[in-house]
Design a protein around this ligand. Sequence first.
Ligand code: C2E
Ligand code: MG
Ligand code: MG
Ligand code: MG
Length: 284
Amino acid sequence: EAKKAGKDGFSIFSSSIARTVTRKLTIERALQHLDFNSELSLRFQPLFCTHAIDHVVGYEALLRWHHPTLGAISPGEFIPIAEESGKIIQLGHWICEQALDFYQYAKQQSQRNDLFININVSPKQLEHEGFVDHIIKQTHAHGLTPQKINIEITESAMMCEEDRLITPLSYLYELGFGIHIDDFGTGYSSLARLKALPLSGIKIDRSFIQDITHCKESLQLVQAICAIADTFNLKVTAEGIESKEQIHILQTLHCQQLQGFYLAKPLEALDAQLLLKQTLQVAV
Ligand code: C2E
Ligand code: MG
Ligand code: MG
Ligand code: MG
């Protein structure tokens, strides 16, 4: 095909755009006809205590979509489309209910009152007045209090739409919900601004964690982020842990929590919950 397009760079360009647009329309249509309970599910990726690496401190709920003909579609691909079409509101309600169902059950089964659950929330959800009401109602309906329920919002969303997000986030924060900035380090926020936001913690983006074992600049950046978080009393989570060398470095920094494939992948509810009953078999 590339040969046929030859010198005509434009047709290569336009056909790749056409494919992208077609794929997007396909996903948009599939989302319109989404059968929530048969196509969607949540995975739960454990978070661990940096200094007691076999201790699960909580979970992050991650959405999965398996379409009957299109197969598995990653959240990185369909969440932005759902945000654009407004479908994210309905999705967000479903995610919130399912995550709290799991959390309530895991907490009850394990008798672990310190366990927490992290839920990813899109800025479009937060701007929608129905969402705040929904999460509060669902928290009560599950017999839970907000204290161990953390909302994850990406740094880029936070920085782009801070003005519109500050009211709902402050409200949830005042009620006791945790607010964590996701993918921290990628959104170029000024570190000083962190102090002004209603925040409980930050999650350092995988791209920085990946490099700390061999890139001095990344290590220095992570050190600086951890030091500032400490000053502002923010809990730090390192995401994307893929080696024990990374763990060893992070154990020397102000970083309380670790998450990543080396420790545990996102798990089905049952496996996630079973993890609370056994000791993790990971070499550190
Ligand atoms: P995120 O919130 O930063 O989630 C972490 C992503 O990194 C997840 O991808 C997870 O599977 C992956 N991950 C975790 N540990 C490792 C590791 O050690 N190595 C590597 N290479 N990857 C790791 P996933 O599940 O595909 O989610 C991608 C993004 O989609 C999430 O990034 C989040 O922004 C969004 N997302 C997922 N579920 C939801 C949801 O329920 N609601 C909303 N609004 N967004 C969601
Ligand atoms: Mg997240
Ligand atoms: Mg993240
Ligand atoms: Mg991420």
